[in-house]
Design a protein around this ligand. Structure first.
Ligand code: C5P
Length: 237
């Protein structure tokens, strides 16, 4: 399937139309951004790694019964996906405290969260993606009642599947962000699951293997993404 026109350019991916109006191409770029785009760098190979990583993870989820947008890997940096009508909220599950929950609630980084927490954020760069609750989603009509429930159920189902997948590969799934949309009226997992949008720590040493290496200037960002991929058995070029 050929890329046609650019539909949308995000911070790390560009979305293209195809000859099929129900399909899009996601092009993963090397751009890496943090703090609402304040810090941006090009990290060689990152687009390729994230494209292959995302395809691997989404395929595992699909096999486990989670409806995802992913259709096919087209090239090192491009994937064919279903065109979703996106719901403008982000779903975050946390198994271990890190990042914004530590700042907001004064929780020490590394604290085990039992049961895991669930948070909704509004997808809105200008407002810096504020945290919202179900009442806001209902009142402002960002998602239908049944879709709110399904997003929560599916986000926790993803946690069960991915915690085990990463644990078997010697890693802790600290937290992650998911975005959903509708395809033929059915809730479907969209966007991406890559080390840009989740936190992964080595199980023994708790070494950070995700975008926090970039956010915190720890260095060896791409090397960490490659290590995570290798541990999962993902073939990179
Ligand atoms: O920043 P915070 O701790 O709330 O992030 C929780 C998780 O969601 C992290 O894994 C982070 O990478 C991801 N996230 C994201 N995109 C955002 C906000 C958070 O991928 N806009």
């Amino acid at each position: 399937m050929e890329k046609r026109t650019e539909l949308y350019r995000g911070k790390a991916k560009t979305v293209f139309t195809t000859e099929d109006p129900s399909r899009l191409v996601l092009h993963f770029r090397n751009d890496t951004s943090a703090f609402d785009g304040e810090k941006i760098e090009q990290l060689e190979r990152k687009g390729m790694i994230n494209n292959k990583f995302n395809h691997f993870i989404m395929s595992k989820l699909e096999q486990a019964g989670v409806p995802t947008q992913v259709e096919a890997l087209l090239s090192d940096t491009d994937s064919l996906v279903k065109k979703l009508e996106m719901i403008p909220v982000e779903c975050v599950v946390r198994n271990i405290a890190a990042g914004s929950i530590c700042r907001r609630l004064g929780i020490e980084e590394g604290t085990e969260l039992t049961p895991p927490t669930f948070e909704f954020f509004l997808k809105n760069d200008a407002l810096h993606d504020p945290m919202i609750n179900e009442s806001h989603i209902r009142t402002f009509g960002w998602a239908e009642e049944s879709h709110i429930e399904q997003m929560k159920t599916l986000t926790f189902k993803v946690n069960e599947i991915l915690r085990k997948l990463f644990d078997d590969a010697g890693m802790l799934l600290v937290d992650y962000k998911l975005e959903f949309g509708l395809f033929d009226g059915k809730i479907t997992l969209g966007d991406e699951i890559t080390p840009d949008g989740c936190r992964l720590w080595d199980k023994e040493t708790r070494k950070k293997l995700d975008k926090d290496r970039f956010r915190q200037g720890l260095g060896n960002v791409v090397e960490a993404y490659e290590e995570v991929s290798a541990r999962l058995g993902i073939t990179l070029s």
